[in-house]
Write a protein that binds this ligand. Structure first.
Ligand SMILES: Cc1ncc(COP(=O)(O)O)c(C=O)c1O
Length: 390
């Protein structure tokens, strides 16, 4: 009999459960580095085929498996491979699916550390990288070569919330026998399902909304069995594995993901509208605003605008820093996706290691501020930003 497909909110609390003989209701945590075997023959069998049972937590652990299976169900992916951070998810993906001399096309609008990974590490191992504008399909088409293997985007992008048409880009990738990777960090499966739209691979920094309370680092790569077998094999040999404790935090985090994302989005939308009316604000970037260049696409592709609002303050870095320093409640920190609202100055923090040229290309200006809107009362968030209305 075919297994009934559940809705996301059901998978968030029910998918992937492994219950022990103790019959616990809440999912257990398996803090163990290795597993014991009945005898030498069984040890050999497990080593030969990790699918036949647990071996060693670098590549098999029930807590990690629960997180992987739950997230895979929510994203509609055949398989998920968990990693120690979002960055190691990106690394694992490119190291396992590309070889020396392969070409990849990457959006200019990505997280600063991802740019560092491509330019300073992966390129040294012989990866040929072309950067293009996220939203310009023509540039993607022009950039694809015979040896292009992967296309990589964040949508919405960090920090400007630019959006590309996942369906069109996935079609383009398929037509040229390459694969589209979507970093789904800003939306999560609660707001956007890249695989349903044709994307081949999804990346997550679980550190962000999947945790939701700013506690642990982790990541994930999701896709079809064949690709994830390669990613798993890289992980088993190279070792950037998720810790079982962090996996436990994440699969409990997934249980409340949808209601948190709805609350983040509601607050972010209200804040974006309010920001547009403030005297000291030059421009607001939020996919839920009609003024956003990809507003209609966002409406079609995402269930809501998400929790991140960026804006330009009138003036320069000085005014941006003055605003940040004037806040009393918001947390001045580079993380995002926390229930607590965080405020960041991208050009001197998350994107500080880019060259000025790279920042210009990504439109990261010195008067840009990113707010990852939390779930506090929206009136308290606004009143902490009173500097903008004076
Ligand atoms: C869009 C995006 N992808 C990946 C990462 C990297 O994730 P991690 O910090 O878990 O390595 C981040 C971190 O901020 C991010 O914003």
């Amino acid at each position: 009999m075919k297994k009934k497909k559940n809705k996301l909110s059901t998978d968030a609390v029910r998918a992937g459960v492994i219950r022990t003989q103790e019959q616990e209701h809440s999912e257990a945590m398996f803090l163990t580095s290795s597993f014991v075997f009945k005898n030498a023959k069984e040890a050999a069998k497990r080593f030969a085929n990790p699918n036949s049972g647990n071996v060693y937590s670098r590549f098999t652990n029930p807590s990690i498996k629960m997180f992987e299976d739950r997230l895979a169900a929510m994203e509609g992916a055949e398989r998920c491979v968990a990693t120690s951070s979002g960055m190691s998810a990106i690394l694992a993906c490119f190291m396992s699916l590309c070889s020396q001399g392969d070409h990849v096309v990457v959006s200019k609008s990505i997280f600063g550390t991802s740019v560092q990974l491509f330019n300073n590490i992966l390129s040294r191992w012989g990866l040929d990288i072309t950067y293009v504008d996220l939203t310009d399909l023509h540039q993607w088409k022009k950039a694809i070569k015979k040896n292009t293997k992967l296309l990589f985007v964040e949508t919405p992008s960090n920090p400007l919330t630019e959006i590309c048409d996942i369906k069109k880009l996935a079609n383009l990738a398929s037509t040229h026998s390459c694969k589209l990777i979507v970093d789904n960090c800003f939306c999560t499966p609660a707001l956007q399902k890249p695989i349903d739209l044709g994307a081949h691979i999804i990346i997550h920094s679980a550190t962000k909304y999947l945790d939701g309370q700013g506690r642990c680092l982790g990541g994930a790569v999701l896709g079809n069995e064949q690709d994830m077998k390669e990613v798993f094999s890289f992980l088993r040999s190279a070792g950037p594995t998720l810790s079982p404790f962090n996996a436990w935090v994440f699969y409990k985090g997934l249980e409340t993901l949808k209601i948190r994302m709805d609350a983040h989005s509601k607050n972010a939308y209200e804040l974006a509208i309010w920001l547009e009316q403030q005297k000291k604000v030059e421009q607001v970037f939020y996919p839920g605003l009609e003024s956003h260049p990809q507003y209609l696409l966002a409406k079609k592709q995402q269930f809501s605008g998400g929790g991140i609002v960026s804006f330009l303050i009138k003036g320069s870095q000085q005014e941006a820093w003055e605003l940040i320093d004037s806040t009393k409640m918001l947390s001045i920190t580079a993380n995002l996706g926390d229930v607590k609202t965080t405020i960041t100055h991208p050009s001197t923090t998350t994107h500080a290691r880019l060259t000025q040229e790279e920042r210009d290309a990504a439109n990261i200006r010195e008067n840009l501020i990113r707010i990852a809107v939390g779930i506090e009362d929206i009136e308290d968030i606004k009143s902490d930003l009173v500097f903008l209305s004076k």
